[in-house]
Each structure stands twice: as C-alpha cells, then as structure tokens.
Design a protein around this ligand. Sequence first.
Ligand code: NAD
Length: 374
Amino acid sequence: MNTLFLKKPSRRKFLRDFSLGTAAVATGLGFAEYARSQPASGNPPKKLGIALLGLGRYATGELGPALKQTNLCQLTGVVSGHPEKAARWAKEFNLPDKNLYNYDNFDSIANNPDIDIVYVVTPPVLHPEFVIRAAKAGKHVISEKPMATSVADCQAMIDACKKAGVKFSIGYRMHFDPYAKELMRLQRDGDFGSFMKMNGAFSFVMGRHEWRIEKKLGGGGPMMDLGIYIVQGACMAAGQTPVAVTAHEEPKQRPDFFKEVEETIDFHLEFPDGAVCDAVTSFNQSAANFRADGAKGWIEFQNSAFGYQVGDVVTSRGPLDYPRPYQQALQMDDFADCILSNRQTPVPGEMGLRDMKIVTAVYEAAATGKRVMV
Ligand code: NAD
C-alpha cells in the first residue's frame, strides 16, 4: 500500500497514540537511536527544560498545549512582563516560583539548571534582544518567526549564539508537518520533475489594531508576518534560494487602519534555475494556498496551506491523506533532540537570515519598482 494515502486520524487519536514507539518516528529518531536515548533502567529520560518568553496568544494557544505532548522537552519556566500571567502558568504547569522570570531579572536564568532552552515568542522587533540575552545566559534558543526585522539583527543573533556555543533555531513549524515534508521529498526525489512554477497566497482580514500593523513592533505588515510562509514554501519546492525579486504594493482599501505598514503586497521570486513563484500576502484578504508545478506533475495545498493543521492537499496523482500531528510538539522535540544528539537543526538561524534577506528585497522592490537581487 502506498503510505502516501494513509487514512487520516483525528488530532485527538494522534495524541492518544503518541506513545514511545510513535515518539521515535515523530521525533525523527530511528527506533534504535531513540532506544539508545533511553536509560538502561527503562525509566523515561530526563526531558530538557524550556522557558517560554512572552505569554501571548501563540504561547498560550499553541506552545503551552504542545509542551504537554512533547517527549524530549517540557515547560520548566516562563518569562513574562505580567506577574499574574506567570502565576497562572505556574499553577497550570506546576512551576516553582524560582523558575518565573520577568524581563528585568531574566538574565539570572543563567544560574538555573532547570532551563536548557529559551523560546522567544514576543513581537518580532524584540526577538534579537531576547535571543542575544538568552544566548549570553548560556541557554539554547528558539526564536519565533520572523526571526527579526532586519538582516543585521539576524546576523547579530546568529553571531551571539555561535559565540556562546548554544544551538539556535527558528519556529518554522511547517518543516515538521507531513504535507510540507512531502513537498520537500517531491523536490528532492524529482517525482514531478523540478518545480519550475509556484504560486501562493497567505492573507487574512485583520479586524482590530495589534502589533502586526505597528512598524516599531512588527517591522512590517503581512509580508513579515505571513508572506514569509510563502517564501518558505517556495524555497522548499525549489530546493534553492531566490536570486532576484520584483514586487508591487497594492493601493490601500483601509488607509486609516494600515497607517504604518503595507495592506497587500504582490511579489515574484526568481530562482537560479529559472523557476519562479508568484505570491500575494495581505491583511485585508482571505486566502491560504500554495501550488508547485513540475513538468511531470503538481502538488496543490488548496486551503489552510500554512495552518497548524494543513487543509486539503491534492497532487496530479491524487489527494494526499496524512496524519495531522501537533507540528509544534514535533518542532520542539526535534530541537531537543538536536541538543541531546548534537546535530544541526533543519531550521537554523541561517534559514531565518536567508528569509529576512528575501523579505527585505521584496520591500525594496516594492518601494523602488525595480528588480532587486537577493
Ligand atoms: P501576542 O501579541 O499575542 O503576544 C506577544 C507577547 O509578547 C505578549 O505576551 C506580550 O505581553 C509580550 N510582549 C513583551 N514585550 C512586549 C512589547 N514591548 N510590546 C508588545 N508585546 C510585548 O502575539 P503572538 O501572536 O503570540 O505572536 C508572538 C510571536 O509569535 C510573533 O513573533 C509571531 O510572529 C509569532 N507567531 C508564530 C506563529 C507560528 O505559527 N509559528 C503563530 C502566531 C504567532
């Protein structure tokens, strides 16, 4: 039977079945490797400790719940500017007071052996400061996307982590999603030939004011927040980095709301082998799709293309039906495994830097109307 067409279990069933055996598969470890990571006593290995920094919607809605499903890491601390939030998390996750930090005393996390990893989940402009402080405290670091809001900041974050000798990854959860992994496999194995033509859209209608439309916190608008997913998809499908971009910012329908950032931007990526990707991202439209065409076939993510649970995915061979696991649990377990087995993460800071170079080129192309080399 072709494993591509496995029956889709519910998320609850997936979590129920998430036992030791499936954990080995899900973490990307072979069974032998995973078994080797178990102590001879048969007791479960000590999980690495993660502190979430910034307890907003993503931390609360996704990362906290995911950390109840991880096998190689667990929540052991939080960093928050709001003591009442930290207290709520402490109660839910049974965290001792000594593992609750604020942004002022956070550097003393260096002396806390319960915490191995700091996961930065604040608005993007703040990622560099906290990643660099975490690295200086000797902790491994995960930064949410976009990694930062400038190429220089991305480089400074990478340099700080290298200097401190800690591992650094970006919260690119899609890399652990079975459908996105199939896209990358198709690229590698060439089932459909090289993907030469890609297109994608990622947009939602923003209802109320938030940091995503404040340049001083988000660094930009939908291109920073959502367009980066299409950039990621295009690089997965092409297996390369674009060399040039053109872009066009659409006139604003709600200029009073989108005062500081773009509302909608169209962009076109050109890859070294002639492959292209046409994309649109907006805070005033609704779409989430991605398609890649090769000479021998195609794959189309028809809806919720970049979602926590990917929507319908169809190929020229027929529909795909994979499990829809907890992407964030797999992502964090993979990073923990990178630390435990001293291997390179598939989503390193260098990938975040690559994407920031592309995003920066898109903004420059939109502002100047020129084709910009990446
Ligand atoms: P949010 O506004 O809900 O949370 C941000 C948190 O940062 C809040 O707890 C806030 O108190 C804290 N914070 C600290 N200093 C702040 C300051 N000066 N101004 C504003 N907030 C401050 O945002 P969110 O949606 O949780 O996004 C946080 C990060 O996670 C962003 O980088 C975002 O791009 C990323 N994110 C990633 C995904 C994903 O799928 N990977 C999904 C959503 C958000």
